[in-house]
Structure formats: structure tokens, C-alpha cells
Ligand binder design. Structure first.
Ligand SMILES: Nc1nc2c(c(=O)[nH]1)N[C@H]1C(S)=C(S)[C@@H](COP(=O)(O)OP(=O)(O)OC[C@H]3O[C@@H](n4cnc5c(=O)[nH]c(N)nc54)[C@H](O)[C@@H]3O)O[C@H]1N2
Ligand SMILES: Nc1nc2c(c(=O)[nH]1)N[C@H]1C(S)=C(S)[C@@H](COP(=O)(O)OP(=O)(O)OC[C@H]3O[C@@H](n4cnc5c(=O)[nH]c(N)nc54)[C@H](O)[C@@H]3O)O[C@H]1N2
Ligand SMILES: [Mo]
Length: 760
């Protein structure tokens, strides 16, 4: 191992000077100040561009600097002065580049020219755009449509995404997996069954009215730092914040707002969590079951004494379905099991339930800690049950708040990027464009992987992302990926998915959102939808990294034109000349959510899409909000009686955006200089015979005939519940079996991989 890890618990608040220092270091390293003068002043502002990092809401009245440390980093890496040119590719074979770490690949900077892999020299060579499109079109024409996958990572705009889904459907399939399949797909399955909407119900202003926050499995300081602005205000009003997370994440503990001169001068942090509980990985259903049990007990007592009820009886009666079965299940649940699975004490669960029961309007926030488990759907539905018990949906200051990932991942689903046909208005598309769309469901991420493994997927088009690195089962996937016929990678920076080549592989470089996108009708606007369903316009401000770059809509349109028989109703060329026409087309397909789309582009704070559950209208089969029974008390794989098998959580450091690794420091967790670490409970480490600061090997503890093992992890004694351990994504993806995913949603269960950890 070349880098010896340094670990020292971080005691500074999130934000504050630590954050500013890190932003400056990054700006200098990427030399972005030179390429983008006035950097960040237009960030997330009306008339400016929307951040390319996370999907958190953008307020109607932005702060002077409406960005966070990680949004700034993402922007510097987009606007870097560094370039990955044809000359770079002529100097390095793909075999050589395959040995480079993710950090070094992306740190070469922006891709500048379309490139095609040349097997004879094992290098990428420059190709002209027309030649690339002609060849891709030619090849696509030759395949059975069922054997082609159109993947999207959640960054592309609503305009590009709409064009892309139409391309797939005109081509003849619904094979439109996207990054959300690995992420909040669990949400998209769980919420419609419970409350009849696939998205969260809160708007940013609900944070002004809430009087309690519940947080499960989300790391705010790293993955949605601007949400801390709202949380800080909630805390300043004195409302409690209850956090459940196996790790003591700094962002949920203390925050110094870099926007506040007083706080910066005094360095006096706002305490965020008022109660913090280190639940075991996979223990959340048990926690919520315990809380629900207590609510019933206290409600019984209130009823007996003639006091006001703990349950919102009127809401339950009028708005919900399935309450009796739920009540029965909760009353029957066994405390011993609840405490064992959750890893928490009775007193802790009781204290959390007490705070919850006192509040009139509660927002429940959650992230990958709930969605990426075998029973992730039950995790989310149990959280909804808890909210429903006290009428915490559809009133000001209350609701469910899934914190989405990529900046337009939610929006891509809204405009038709979905493998599930029931979510797409196919009849409408058929009429609008005069064609018969394919009616069978397409492949999601896991099914696309299965298709690659069994050879039925021949071609893979990737609209952004780093699929090979983001998916589970690395070894098998990389091996079988090479058997594919065609891989087309629309990208901004070099990553491993470009280096694991198919028989024919193209890299097609594109603009980033903060760059000026000049087309025939002038500079273009694109749009995206945030985590709270608000749609924002984004205008690029900076000169493109290279004149050879094409925009994403242009690339999608050119692939379409070279592949499909011309259809006069689909004006690819006019759309690219003027994206406002694509927005008109989106409005025609989705008249209600996108009414007056072009006229509403600059609504301060974005314009919200309608969500019926916000008004207590339930678009479910029962016409009510449904209490749903959890499949198990433990959301992870069957509780093992073998104490030597730990549950591995694979998560993000503070220095990465998914597979884009910005550096080797995870400042907020105090981990520096290496990502090859495993955070362990000291008792577990000693029991397993691993010395302090020693090296460990991790092996997946499943019995399916495949050996998945990785070595050279440096062990860190960390404050994490016994039985759980944590290490970084994407390094650990080699340990995750492809078949280990959430039931119903097929989201890979990246938060509870059963592993044996041994001395290396
Ligand atoms: N800077 C930055 N921002 C990002 C990203 C990034 O990589 N970098 N990625 C974006 C994307 S695509 C997404 S999806 C989001 C992801 O943002 P998050 O949802 O925050 O995802 P993770 O970093 O994977 O961390 C999940 C958290 O869940 C906790 N956890 C793990 N298992 C459990 C469990 O069983 N129960 C509970 N209660 N907690 C658990 C972990 O300790 C961790 O704090 O962030 C987005 N924003
Ligand atoms: N073990 C484990 N695995 C996980 C997760 C986990 O928590 N644990 N999280 C999962 C989650 S939540 C997600 S969302 C996926 C992420 O999966 P992906 O979305 O596929 O991966 P990213 O790392 O976000 O993709 C980064 C690449 O996107 C390209 N790119 C960046 N910006 C643009 C752009 O504007 N346009 C285009 N065309 N390309 C661009 C760059 O070339 C960059 O290299 O990973 C999943 N995998
Ligand atoms: Mo994600």
C-alpha cells in the first residue's frame, strides 16, 4: 500500500473554515479560477446555472453564495483548466490506464475530442463526429432492439432526457435504466404504494414550519450540505432534530455557516442533532417498530385518562387504509427482538419516540441508509407508517423528504427515462409522434447487468455516468462487459467505464452545465428538477472547454438521426437549434406538470410539480394512504448467528462525487491519505484477531460459489456499532453480489454486504 492512512477524529464543525480551506485548495489544484472568472457567483441563482452536484432544493431567495464545499468542488472539476486530449491518448495504452486510480483518470481534466478505441494499438484514436455518428448508427441498425441498453446517469437535463427516452422508444425498447436504479428506486417503489406519489411531499418552505426533524441514513454534511442552511434555521427556532445513523456523521452534529460572518468570526457552531442514535446497519425497521409500539402504549394511556390522543385518530380514520393490521403487527412485535436488531437501548427508542410524539409537524429525511438494503422498501414504508400515525403528511411543516442524488435524477424519471412502462404515458407518445412504442418493460440496472453477463445485451449507450464502476460484482461485470459489441460513452471526463472496452467503443465528449451552450437560435437554457419537485432553468456562463465539444442534446439527436428512419413528427434538428421547442414537446406529453413550461422557467425557487399527497389526496389503489406491513424487522440479509460475519456499509467520503474521486481525504470523518480503509468497532477488531491499525482482508460471506475478496484495507478503530463496519464505494463494489438487491426495487443492497474481515 503506497499511502499510510492518517486517522484523527474530526472535532471541527461542518462548514466553517475547514470547508473554505478545502474549497480554495481544490480551486487552485484544478486551476479553475483562470478558466472561469467570477466563479460561483451565478451558482444556483436565477439567470445562472444550477449546481451539477446534488439535487437539493434551490431557494427563491438565494444566499450571497448559494453553494457548498462539495458543489464548489464539482464545479471546479467541471471547469478545470486541465484537458484530456487526443495527444494524451496517444501516449497511453488502455492497458496502462486500467492501472490508474479513479482519481488520476478524472484528474486529467476535460475530454476534448470524440475518440474510438483501436484494438491493434490498444489506444484511443481521434475520430471525426460525423464518422462516429455514422458508425454508431450503422451498428445500432443491425441489432435486435431488445439487445441494446440506453443508460442515463442523473445529470442530463430534462431536455436531453426527454430526447433520449424518445430515441430508445423509437428504436424499439424501454431499456432505460438510470442511476436512480442504484439509488432512490426503492423510494419510487415504496412511496407510490404507501401514499400514491413516487417523490417526496415537502417543499423547502416546510422547513420554516416544522417542529421536529427525523433523519435516517443520510449524510447531510457531505451529500446535501445546503440542506444544513434549513436545518440550522430549524434549530435556531428550537425544534429538535433526531438522527439515526450507525456513524456519528459530523454534518448531523455541528455546523458553522460560511455565509454567516458572525458565526465565522466566533466559530461557534450550531448544534444540529439534539438526539443521535447509532443504529446497527439494517436496524431501522426495528427502531421504528419500537417507536410505533410506544405511541400505541401512550395512546392507550391517554385514552384511558381522557387526555388528548397521541395518534391522529381523525386523520387515520379519514385518510388511511390498513391501520388495523398494522396495529396488530406493531402490538405483537417483540421488544427483545427490536432491541437486538436495532442495536439500541429501550431508553434510546423511548426518548426518540417521546420527542416525536410531542411534535405537531414532523419532516422525515432519509437517504441511502434506508434504500440500499434488502428490505429497503419496507424501511421507507415503515417511516411513512410512523408519519401517518400522527398525520404528518399533507400539512405545513410535515412530510417525507427523500434526499435525491444527482442534480436531475428525479427529473429524468419525470420526463420518461424509465424502464417501467406503467410510469410512462406511452399512448400519449404514440399519438404525439405517430409510432407504436414498445409496450413491454425494459431492463433496469440489475437486469442490464444480468443481460451483459448472459450475453443478451450487445450494446450499451451511456448518457454520462460510470456504470462499470458504480454497479456491484466488479470482476464478473468487467470480464463480461468486454464481450459486448458496442459501448458508447457520452462523458465529460475519463473514467474506468471508458477503459473496460467492448469490441467497438466510443467516447463522445460533451459540455457541462455551467458552459455556454450556443446553438442556432442563440445560447440555450436547460432545466432540471430538484429533490422537492421544483423545476429550475440553468444558463451556462463559461466558454466551453474545447470548441470540438457538442452538447448532450446534439449528441442524442445525431445518434437518433443516424439510427432511425426519419419521422417528420420528431424534429431532431429543430429541437437542437432551439431547446425551447423540446420544452414545448415535454409540455405536450405532460400537460399538467409542465403547463406553460417556457413561461415559468424563471420562477424564483423553481416551479413545483403537483404532488397530490401534499393536499391529502391519495393516488393509490385504495384511494387512501396505506399502512404497509414490513417484510421483516431487519432490513438487511438474514441476521446471522455467526458473529464473525459483519455488515459492510459502502459509502461516500467527503472528497468524492460518486465515482469521481476528488482526493484521498475524508475530512469530516478524520480519515486522510487513503481510501483503502475499513472502519471497525474496536471489540470486533480484537475479537477477530486484527491488530490496531493493522491490515485486513474482506471476503463476502455468501455461499454462491464465487469468491469475492479484497485485501490491504487499513483498519481504523471507529465509533460504529459492533457487527457493522464501513468502507468506501466504489472501491468495495467488487464485494457486492449482483443478486444482493432490495426486493421489489432491485436497488443493490450496498449498505449491508455480509463480510468476513480477517488479518491480511
Ligand atoms: N458531495 C457529494 N454529494 C453527493 C454525492 C457524492 O458522492 N458526493 N452523491 C449523490 C448521490 S447520487 C446520492 S444518491 C446521495 C447519497 O447521499 P447519502 O444518502 O447520504 O448516501 P451515502 O453517502 O451512501 O451515506 C448514507 C448514510 O447512511 C448511513 N447508513 C448506512 N447504513 C445505514 C442503516 O442501515 N441505517 C441508517 N439509519 N443509516 C445507515 C451511513 O452511515 C451514511 O451516513 O448524495 C448525492 N450527493
Ligand atoms: N457500493 C455502492 N455502490 C453504489 C452506491 C453506493 O452507495 N455504494 N451508490 C449508487 C448511486 S446512489 C449512484 S447514483 C450510482 C452512480 O452512478 P453513475 O451516475 O453512473 O456514476 P457517476 O460517478 O456519477 O458518473 C461520473 C461520470 O459521469 C460523467 N459526467 C459528469 N458530468 C457529466 C455531464 O454533465 N454529462 C455527461 N454526459 N457526463 C457527465 C463523467 O465522465 C464522470 O466520470 O452509483 C451507485 N453505486
Ligand atoms: Mo445516487
Amino acid at each position: 500500500m503506497d499511502r499510510k492512512v492518517k486517522y484523527k477524529q474530526y472535532t471541527m464543525p461542518t462548514g466553517g473554515w475547514g470547508s473554505l480551506k478545502s474549497v480554495f485548495a481544490d480551486a487552485i489544484q484544478q486551476r479553475a479560477i483562470r478558466t472561469a472568472p467570477g466563479l460561483l457567483k451565478d451558482h444556483n441563482k436565477r439567470g445562472g446555472y444550477m449546481c451539477t452536484s446534488c439535487a437539493w432544493a434551490k431557494p427563491g431567495k438565494p444566499h450571497l453564495g448559494e453553494f457548498c464545499e462539495n458543489g464548489a468542488k464539482a464545479t471546479f472539476w467541471d471547469l478545470t483548466a486541465k484537458r484530456t486530449t487526443p495527444e494524451f491518448f496517444s501516449r497511453h495504452t488502455v492497458r496502462e490506464l486500467l492501472n490508474w486510480p479513479d482519481y488520476d483518470l478524472e484528474n486529467q481534466g476535460r475530454l476534448t475530442h470524440p475518440m474510438r478505441y483501436d484494438m491493434a494499438s490498444d489506444k484511443y484514436v481521434e475520430v471525426s463526429w460525423p464518422e462516429a455518428f455514422a458508425d454508431i448508427g450503422q451498428k445500432l441498425k443491425g441489432y435486435d432492439p431488445a439487445s441494446v441498453v440506453f443508460y442515463a446517469s442523473g445529470r442530463a437535463s430534462l431536455e436531453t432526457s426527454y430526447m433520449y427516452q424518445l430515441l430508445a422508444r423509437l428504436y424499439g425498447n424501454n431499456n432505460l435504466p438510470d442511476s436512480s436504479n442504484m439509488c432512490h428506486e426503492t423510494t419510487s417503489v415504496a412511496l407510490p404504494q404507501s401514499i400514491g406519489t413516487p417523490v417526496g411531499t415537502i417543499l423547502l418552505e416546510d422547513y420554516d414550519h416544522t417542529d421536529c426533524i427525523l433523519s435516517f441514513g443520510q449524510n447531510v454534511g457531505t451529500n446535501a450540505p445546503r440542506l444544513l442552511h434549513s436545518l440550522q434555521e430549524v434549530r435556531e427556532r428550537g425544534a429538535p432534530v433526531i438522527v439515526f445513523n450507525p456513524l456519528k456523521e459530523r454534518g448531523w452534529q455541528e455546523f458553522v455557516n460560511p455565509q454567516s460572518p458572525v458565526q465565522m468570526a466566533t466559530n461557534k457552531p450550531t448544534q444540529i442533532a439534539t438526539q443521535y442514535y447509532q443504529v446497527s446497519a439494517g436496524g431501522d425497521i426495528a427502531v421504528m417498530m419500537g417507536m410505533a409500539k410506544l405511541l400505541f402504549t401512550w395512546d392507550d394511556e391517554a385514552k384511558a385518562r381522557g387526555n388528548s390522543r397521541v395518534l391522529d385518530v381523525e386523520f387515520i380514520e379519514r385518510h388511511t387504509h390498513g391501520f388495523e393490521e398494522f396495529e396488530e403487527r406493531v402490538r405483537a412485535a417483540d421488544w427483545t427482538e427490536i432491541l437486538q436488531v436495532s442495536g439500541l437501548s429501550y431508553a434510546s427508542i423511548e426518548a426518540a419516540a417521546k420527542t416525536y410524539a410531542k411534535a405537531n409537524a414532523v419532516i422525515a429525511i432519509y437517504g441511502m441508509g434506508l434504500t440500499q438494503h434488502r428490505y429497503g422498501v419496507s424501511n421507507v414504508q415503515m417511516l411513512i407508517n410512523l408519519l401517518l400515525m400522527r398525520g404528518n403528511i399533507g400539512k405545513p411543516g410535515a412530510g417525507i423528504c427523500p434526499v435525491r442524488g444527482h442534480s436531475n435524477v428525479q427529473g429524468q424519471r419525470t420526463v420518461g427515462i424509465s424502464e417501467k412502462t406503467k410510469l410512462v404515458p406511452l399512448d400519449h407518445l404514440a399519438e404525439q409522434y405517430g409510432f407504436e412504442p414498445p409496450r413491454e418493460d425494459g431492463l433496469n440496472t440489475v437486469e442490464a447487468c444480468e443481460g451483459i453477463v448472459n450475453g443478451s445485451v450487445k450494446a450499451f449507450i451511456s448518457l454520462g455516468g460510470n456504470f462499470v464502476r458504480a454497479i456491484p460484482e466488479r470482476e464478473l461485470m468487467e470480464r463480461t462487459w468486454r464481450e459486448m459489441d458496442l459501448s458508447v460513452q457520452i462523458a465529460t471526463k475519463l473514467n474506468r467505464s471508458h477503459l473496460v472496452v467492448a469490441k467497438t467503443t466510443y467516447i463522445l465528449p460533451t459540455l457541462v452545465r455551467s458552459e455556454i451552450d450556443e446553438q442556432l437560435s442563440g445560447p440555450q437554457i436547460v432545466t432540471m428538477e430538484d429533490s422537492t419537485t421544483c423545476v429550475h432553468a440553468s444558463r451556462g456562463k463559461y466558454k466551453p472547454a474545447h470548441e470540438a465539444l457538442l452538447s448532450e442534446p446534439r449528441i442524442v439527436a445525431e445518434i437518433a438521426k443516424s439510427t432511425l428512419t426519419p419521422n417528420p413528427k420528431v424534429p431532431w434538428e429543430e429541437w437542437v437549434n432551439n431547446y425551447a421547442l423540446v420544452r414545448d414537446a415535454i409540455e405536450a406529453t405532460y400537460p399538467e406538470p409542465f403547463k406553460d413550461f417556457n413561461a415559468r422557467l424563471d420562477t424564483p425557487g423553481g416551479f413545483p410539480r403537483p404532488v397530490a399527497a401534499r393536499h391529502r389526496e391519495w393516488e393509490t389503489e385504495t384511494g387512501k394512504a396505506n399502512f404497509r406491513l414490513p417484510k421483516s424487522l431487519c432490513s438487511s440479509f438474514a441476521a446471522s448467528h455467526d458473529h464473525d460475519i459483519l455488515r459492510l456499509i459502502t459509502l461516500r467520503s467527503n472528497d468524492q462525487f460518486n465515482t469521481t474521486v476528488y482526493g484521498y481525504d475524508d475530512r469530516l470523518r478524520g480519515i486522510h491519505k487513503s481510501r483503502m480503509i475499513v472502519m471497525m468497532n474496536t471489540d470486533d477488531r480484537i475479537r477477530l484477531g486484527i491488530e490496531k491499525d493493522g491490515l485486513a482482508r474482506m471476503t463476502t460471506a455468501v455461499d454462491d460459489g464465487i469468491l469475492r475478496t479484497m485485501t490491504d484495507f487499513q483498519v481504523i478503530d471507529y465509533d460504529i456499532p459492533s457487527g457493522s463496519c464501513a468502507a468506501y464505494y466504489p472501491e468495495c463494489n467488487a464485494l457486492i453480489p449482483l443478486w444482493q438487491y432490495a426486493e421489489e426495487s432491485k436497488t443493490p443492497a450496498a449498505k449491508s454486504v455480509p463480510v468476513r474481515v480477517e488479518r491480511a
